[in-house]
Design a protein around this ligand. Structure first.
Ligand SMILES: Nc1ncnc2c1ncn2[C@@H]1O[C@H](COP(=O)(O)OP(=O)(O)OP(=O)(O)O)[C@@H](O)[C@H]1O
Ligand SMILES: O=C(O)C1=C[C@@H](O)[C@@H](O)[C@H](O)C1
Ligand SMILES: [Mg+2]
Length: 189
């Protein structure tokens, strides 16, 4: 299989941003976090942008970022936790991206998401358990379409990076190197 990049998807708090950054460092690739990119483009936090512009505009911005970054070479791309995974977005991701889904047991997601009250605009912090249970049920339908699924409940970031690196070295994937004209030099923090 020939790919250009690795995309990390999964529910909020599964560790996409945390792991993605470290995976990119390990591979010597660029790192893109769609949330951070939107925050940079809009000059405000996701929570503020979402509140001011509304969900529709936020989702359009996410799709716009998806179209920009899905063609990158040698990039680890971490998506937002509410990123609309449907047939259309899946096709765009799958064309150039090796899709790694991060999943975690709901209790761990509750623990991680509950650490930053207010950061994630659509989370119902007053009923976190029920919210995460619903999210977990929705994501279960997405995993079968992904190239690889890693459970991050009980592993450190370093261990998860090791698991992904081992998998991509053994999974008969060739990652096409970046062409100079497409390199944009941006690294998301
Ligand atoms: N394997 C792990 N071990 C310990 N802590 C972790 C691990 N993965 C993530 N975390 C912590 O959990 C929190 C949520 O992680 P992170 O922000 O990476 O999730 P995310 O999947 O990017 O969420 P979102 O979809 O909202 O962007 C962070 O505080 C992060 O440091
Ligand atoms: O809809 C939401 O509440 C969110 C959307 C994504 O960008 C997430 O990454 C963010 O943390 C929360
Ligand atoms: Mg994130």
């Amino acid at each position: 299989m020939i790919k250009r990049n690795i995309v990390l998807v999964g529910m909020m708090g599964s560790g996409k941003s945390h792991i993605g950054r470290k995976l990119a460092v390990r591979l010597g690739w660029q790192f893109v976090d769609t949330d951070r990119r939107i925050e940079r483009q809009m000059g405000q936090s996701i929570a503020d942008f979402f509140e001011r512009a509304g969900e529709k505009v936020f989702r359009e911005r996410e799709i716009n970022v998806l179209q920009q970054v899905s063609r990158y070479h040698e990039a680890v791309i971490s998506f937002g936790g509410n990123f609309p995974m449907n047939i259309e977005t899946y096709r765009i991701l799958h064309r150039h991206g090796y899709i790694v889904a991060l999943r975690s047991q709901p209790y761990r997601v509750e623990e991680r998401v509950g650490r930053h009250i207010g950061k994630r605009p659509t989370v119902d912090y007053d009923n976190l358990h029920a919210f995460v249970t619903r999210m977990d049920a929705q994501w279960k339908h997405v995993y079968p379409y992904c190239d690889y699924v890693v459970d991050t409940t009980d592993y450190s970031a370093e261990e998860i990076v090791d698991i992904i690196v081992k998998r991509i070295k053994g999974d008969d994937i060739v990652f096409v190197s970046r062409e100079p004209k497409e390199a944009d030099g941006h690294h998301d923090k």
